[in-house]
Design a protein around this ligand. Structure first.
Ligand SMILES: Nc1ncnc2c1ncn2[C@@H]1O[C@H](COP(=O)(O)OP(=O)(O)OP(=O)(O)O)[C@@H](O)[C@H]1O
Ligand SMILES: [Mg+2]
Length: 460
């Protein structure tokens, strides 16, 4: 049985040979990345009996056009001399040597959870910049030995990508900036630059496509034709760093001031609980992220958390004070009737986003205990606030107003808005409460304690 494929270009050969744990092939448009991913998946399946491969695109349509149909043709699935069998329902190509290529897509953020608990020796993320960092992180958990591959095989992930998109930030950090965090090891990452000029097939057969790229406006052309990652910054909060901003939960001193900020809509009730220390640092220690709650239920949900009683302020957006046609009451009034008193925050979006940037800005300081230089910021998020950690680094610049955050993907905006409402409101640091000397009188028959504050009257 013979499988004939066109001759790969030098960069594609480099991609075929790469064996690092994470290999990205990308930069510019049209270099032959999808082709290379598809062929590489087939070669891996043929050379490693039993291997389990997952090939992903963001949407079903893209998957069908870019991979399902070309693979069906290449592997002659409908002919008697077929190389692999295709199961339409499961979207799986099965080879005689028991290797499998599963095709998948992740239309919604949470679609990725279907791969949790599964094991794939190799995962291809096509157009990786269209995936959020959360989706990438989830997939790394499924990239482990399937136990079905008959030859020894170290699990790997392959990415193809162009600059721009919701995943611009994490792809750029790992493969372009090479700014590694925590346990990430530089030797695990490899980037192979792709350019349309290297794709002889396109240059010969579709010179118009190349001309279209050459005629793009300056910035976009630099990104799409030359693969310039700095021009097309999609991520709004590029300063967000997991190792700086995310911390393990600790017991918060009772004396620290509490605040709550939230965004309310029927599609999502997104609430953040804050504690501010005596230096003025904010710790986001808890979140609520729930949809389909009418206002009275949202109030009830909030009241399940003790803090609603002692929070200094519960910040909410001004549109909650608009009168509603159905009841003649505003949402803020309904919250009030249900025992939750709100404080209106500023609605200025750009001003608000700038405030968030100030709060999360990383700076260098010395660790109080070890004296070592460390990077920190005035806002920290407890690791249990998974939605804020997922959405904050994923929101994008708005195309029309780069100072604003894009309202799409809409799902990412609720909890980020809740953070903005806190950051834009003026919050002072917690003032340590000292006993008032003239009102507090302590009787004691003992020696006065050395370290004491306030005045103490000893009666002998
Ligand atoms: N080695 C090759 N020999 C012949 N044709 C090729 C080769 N590599 C790629 N092509 C063809 O070039 C065209 C563009 O390739 P492909 O779609 O893989 O590019 P891409 O880099 O994924 O583009 P995009 O950035 O738009 O996703 C396709 O028609 C593909 O079949
Ligand atoms: Mg492609």
């Amino acid at each position: 049985m013979i499988l004939s494929i066109p001759k790969p270009y030098p960069k594609q050969i480099e991609f075929f040979k790469a064996r690092e744990k994470y290999v990205a092939y990308g930069g510019a448009r049209g270099g032959g990345k999808s082709w290379a991913a598809r062929i590489k998946a087939v070669l891996l399946a043929l050379n490693n009996p039993g291997i389990q491969i997952l090939l992903l695109r963001r949407t079903l349509n893209e998957l069908r056009e870019n991979h399902t149909t070309p693979l069906q043709k290449l592997l002659r699935t409908k002919q008697p001399d077929r190389i692999a069998n295709y199961k339409d329902q499961e979207k799986v190509f099965e080879f005689e040597n028991t290797s499998r290529i599963k095709l998948g897509y992740c239309d919604n953020e949470n679609d990725v959870l279907q791969y949790q608990g599964q094991a794939y020796d190799v995962i291809f993320m096509e157009e990786a910049t269209q995936f959020t960092e959360f989706q990438f992180q989830c997939l790394t958990e499924s990239n482990r030995s399937s136990g079905l591959c008959l030859s020894p095989f170290r699990p790997r992930m392959y990415f193809t990508c162009n600059p721009g998109g919701v995943g611009h930030g994490w792809v750029k950090r790992l493969f372009i900036d090479k700014d590694y965090q925590g346990k990430e090891r530089p030797e695990d990452y490899r980037f192979i630059q792709s350019l349309v000029y290297e794709n002889e097939y396109l240059m010969e057969n579709d010179p118009d496509y190349v001309r279209t790229l050459e005629n793009l406006p300056e910035d976009r052309r630099k990104a799409m034709l030359y693969g310039d990652w700095d021009i097309f910054e999609g991520q709004y909060f590029g300063e967000f760093r997991r190792d700086i901003h995310v911390i393990e939960p600790f017991e918060i001193p009772e004396t620290w001031d509490r605040y709550i900020s939230f965004d309310y809509g029927l599609d999502m009730f997104a609430v953040l609980f804050h504690a501010v220390d005596t230096y003025g640092n904010d710790y986001v220690y808890k979140e609520i992220h729930e949809s389909n709650l009418i206002i009275s239920d949202a109030a009830k949900k909030l009241k399940e958390h003790e803090e609603y009683k002692n929070a200094r302020y519960i910040y909410a957006p001004p549109d909650l004070w608009n009168r509603r046609n159905d009841t003649g009451k505003s949402a803020a009034e309904i919250f009030y009737e249900n025992g939750v008193e709100l404080t209106k925050c500023s609605a200025d979006r750009v001003d608000g986003w700038y405030s968030v940037k100030e709060w999360i800005k990383p700076y260098t300081t010395r660790d109080e205990q070890t004296g070592e230089e460390i990077k920190t910021s005035n806002l920290k998020i407890f690791s249990n606030c998974i939605n804020l950690i997922r959405c904050l680094p994923a929101v994008q610049h708005d195309d029309k107003n780069p100072n604003d955050v894009a309202t799409e993907p809409h799902e990412l905006t609720h909890i980020t808005d809740a953070l903005r409402y806190f950051c834009v409101s003026k919050v002072s640091r917690t003032i340590e409460q000292k006993p008032e000397p003239f009102f507090k009188v302590n009787f004691s028959f003992e020696e006065p304690r050395k370290k004491d504050y306030g005045e103490r009257i000893n009666v002998i």
